[in-house]
Structures are given as structure tokens and as C-alpha cells.
Write a new protein. Sequence first.
Length: 230
Amino acid sequence: MRYTEAKEHTPGRLHALFADPYNAFENDTDERQLHLHIALYLLLARPMERGLMTLRVIHGWENGGFEPADLQHVDYAINTVADFKRAVKDFTQASKDNVAFPADEDALLEAPLDDAIANAEADGQTLDEETRTIPARWPAFEGGLALYTLFKMYHRLVYGEDEAYRCTQCYTADGLREMHEFHLEEGEFALLVPTGKHFASEPSMLVLHESQLDPIERLLEESLPLFQDF
């Protein structure tokens, strides 16, 4: 296993702006709203303007469930708030019509997990049932630490988290990404952005649970217009 597959609580882009990013978004922090607006401008608005941002809406886990096969998603290219609103409309209409939420065919966790297990076994590694099925055991095989790190992010976005902010580095299908998680009274979401100089040219992603579409829509409406004249 490569320890570089993922590292939790690592310095990220916000560490270059704030003296203490981990406390910058706490409810009792001075200038908390300013910190949030700046973070959204840097990590979300700029990639959107460059045509590099994708919205990923996850759904499927409920009532404590966390089976990889049950986690579904749909991706949208978003260059403007209007693009985000179209995603909100899709999910709102599905709820009104009592039909299944939009979902892409490719699996977020199940297929990559199956591939990693198959590769480990092809290399001669023997994996018992617990290692295959318990996420905390996935780091025992190559690629498993990254999958476990992504699993934990998705789980926190579905079921909530006490920490207002965290930064993790993790390898994804798009390459190495800084995962900036926000669990705020305004809403819960994560922004996966390229590291270093790649930020301006490689794709970024906004990830949230379908239940957060409305609150994040309000947050974007309030925050992003503040920077249009800068």
C-alpha cells in the first residue's frame, strides 16, 4: 500500500490564506462569513469561470446504510449558478413526480473497489471476506486507502460531521486532489481541487448530498455575486 494514496488533515490552498483554516469556519469565529466567501471564490467560483467545475450529487444511502453498491450519483457541468439551478430543478421534479433521482451508470465505489480487489488477488494477495466488505479494512490492498478515504468523505456528506472544515489529500479518478470538506450551518459540501499549479488547468468538483441542493443554492446565490466586479 502506498501511503501517498491519501493523507488526512493536510495543509491545502486555504492554509495560504488563513492563519488557522480549521477554525476559520466555526460559528464563533470573527469574520467567519468573509472566510467562507473567500473560500468559495477561490475553490468554486474561479474553476467555474474557467469551465473546470463539475457538480456531483450523491444519493442512495439512507437509514444508516453504507453499502458501496447503494451509493448513486449524477454529475453536472456547472459554469454558472444557473447551471446549478438546473440540477436543483431535476431533483425537485423527481421528488414531485415520485420517481427515482437522476443517476449516472458508472459506480462511485463499487466498480473501483471490485477492480482494486481483483488487482490485489491477481498479484497473489489473499483477501478474506472482512477485508472485502469492511471499509476500514480496505487499506490492506493497493488502492484501498484512497477508496476508504473517499468512502469516509461520502459518508460524512450523507450523515453529517461535527468538524466545520477539514482538508485531505487523496488520489481520485482525476488524479491527486485536495478534498476540502465544509460542514456548516449554511450547508454541507466538499470541493475536490487539483494541487499546486494544476489548479488552473485541471478539473475540480463540488460534491454534495441531494438533501443539500436547496441550501447550497441559497449559499451560492448569496456568495458568488459578491466577486463579480473584482
